[in-house]
Design a protein around this ligand. Structure first.
Ligand code: ADP
Ligand code: MG
Length: 392
């Protein structure tokens, strides 16, 4: 859908023209999975698809929410902003407006607004359609409510934090900051090497001559639910406690593989030991992958992606049949440099580096294997790495 068509849709919905239009991208994490809440780094990039928001103030003191992706519409008085029923999609937007006002008392909602969203990130596939929606709303409404920062880098970090707080408080998902951060700080043809604990980050050029980032969607109904997620968080904490008896640490990410070899026997819980081994390995792999990319060693980057999947499958145990089938089929295709699950796990997507000439074979072979083994149909997107949130 073009922005002209979105403008027409706005006029049709509200009987007048939109005043402003904003865009924020979805994201894909290239490597560094389940490291964020262990004090480690992640390496996501923003995609060229995401969420658009068209707005115009109204004189009615109400926020009217519509989305071209959803049948439900909402109308909420500006003096009655609070979380709506569970699963109401407007929570991802409303929460941002509430949180802007709470984090920045000088920010004021001066009037009501008519809002129209459109997203082209497949929702619920682990490519962060929710973060795109939050960050686009945070960008629009910080400006409308009169709170922005001249320092663009700091401003974007704050937009990510507003989005994350919305996800916690209005969607009930206790996520790390990676998704919103990538959506806010994305840069065309760059990935973001981010420490989720300190929020220090670096834009690293992703120069892939003759190679594409291909995202494969499992369309699996399985998700990393909060139970399985919280189990992993708890198991990592157990490992930290047991290791701290011989070497005091706050996070598993503080350990190098050499440290791990020296302290691993202190972890007596066998499950916690596997989880910790993944985290320590993944933190080292992510650093090595970033270095490989900087030196143009794309083959090595691909091998590290594959090693990441193996570790997530065998030690962290968050892959499952669908993701394993996609990744393992991809590894068999000549011209695939690496392939791994991306996002929390169980369902969602894999991310692969594929040579241009192998893309059609990749889609045909992986698609066929996947359908035969799971009965489901996969979807494939050749990703472009795009910019972070913007006003158009
Ligand atoms: P993901 O972020 O992985 O895509 P989530 O379950 O976190 O999946 O977020 C998906 C939810 O976000 C949808 O169910 C919907 O409530 C909301 N959402 C995302 N994009 C849009 C959109 N364009 N319009 C309305 N709601 C959206
Ligand atoms: Mg989400």
């Amino acid at each position: 859908m073009t922005t002209q068509e979105m403008n027409q849709a706005f006029e049709q919905a509200y009987g007048r023209k939109a005043e402003k239009i904003f865009f924020a991208p979805g994201r894909v994490n290239l490597i560094g999975e389940h490291t964020d809440y262990n004090g480690g780094c992640v390496f996501p990039c923003a995609l060229s698809f995401g969420a658009w928001l068209l707005i115009a103030p109204n004189a009615d003191k109400v926020l009217r929410f519509r989305s071209l992706n959803m049948p439900q519409t909402y109308e909420i008085a500006i003096y009655a902003i609070k979380p709506q029923a569970d699963r109401a999609w407007c929570n991802y937007a409303l929460g941002c407006i509430d949180i802007i006002a709470r984090r920045h008392p000088e920010a004021k909602l001066q009037s009501g607004y008519d809002l129209l969203y459109f997203g082209n990130v497949p929702a619920g596939a682990g490519l962060s359609s929710s973060a795109a929606m939050e960050v686009v709303t945070a960008r629009a409404f910080t400006e409308e409510m009169g709170w922005t920062l001249a320092d663009d880098k700091k401003y974007r970090t704050e937009l990510a934090l507003i989005g994350q707080a919305c996800e916690h408080e209005y969607a009930g998902v206790m996520c790390g900051v990676m998704d919103q951060f990538a959506s806010a700080q994305g840069k065309k043809d760059h990935a973001i090497y981010l420490n989720c604990d300190t929020l220090e980050f670096e834009h690293v050029p992703v120069k892939l001559e003759g190679i594409k980032v291909v995202i494969s969607n499992t369309h699996s109904p399985h998700h990393l639910d909060s139970g399985a997620y919280n189990d992993r968080v708890r198991q990592c904490k157990t490992a930290v406690e047991q290791i701290s008896k011989v070497k005091p640490i706050k996070f598993l990410a503080e350990l190098t593989p050499e440290d791990w070899a020296a302290v691993q026997d202190a972890v007596t819980d066998p499950i916690a030991k596997k989880r910790a081994r993944h985290v320590v390995g993944e933190v080292a792999r992510t650093a090595q992958a970033v270095e490989a990319l900087k030196q143009g060693k794309i083959e090595l980057f691909g091998e590290l992606m594959t090693a990441s999947h193996v570790s997530l499958r065998d030690d962290y145990e968050v892959t499952g049949k669908e993701l394993d089938t996609l990744a393992e089929a991809a590894w068999q295709v000549e011209g695939v440099l690496g392939s791994r699950m991306t996002g929390g796990g169980f369902g969602g997507c894999t991310v692969s580096l594929v040579r241009d000439e192998a893309i059609e074979t990749f889609k045909a072979f992986v698609g066929k294997e996947y359908e035969e083994k799971t009965g489901l149909k996969a979807d494939f997107y050749v990703a472009e790495i795009g910019d972070g949130v913007m006003r158009l």
